[in-house]
Design a protein. Sequence first.
Length: 158
Amino acid sequence: MPQLSPGGKYVFGWAMIAGNRVPLPPEACDEYGLVDGALIILLSTSRTSGGFSVSTPELLRGSYLYGIANAAVAHSGRIARYKQHFCLQTWLQGGCVELADSAFRAFGLQGIERLLVIRGSNLAFDMAARGPLVERAATHKSIPCFTLDSPSSRVNDG
């Protein structure tokens, strides 16, 4: 797993968006216990990075984010708002998540072709659209790319 700078964040790679589907790296799914058909919770991240965090109700149980998970589950498949966060309950299907246009808007993903998948806390991993880590990763030559047609990684050519 690449590390963007000494002592910095580890990344799983780039998730290449195809239509309304976003692949999740198999390594991230393994580390966070996500299996095909799993109920997952997507939580908006900061405006600086855009994108979303990926977790499950089980991982969030007992954390301060559990209220967000409950809001997402209560809205079953529709974007919900909890305080300053948007959240969505969805399922992992075929190694990817499928997002409606409203989710792309809520998570700030319009016009974005790829997301940087960043190892997070033990609660969630992040799928960032922009910001300093994304800029640094864009210049890093050995970050894998994950696409829908190939669940395994390919090396990014830059």
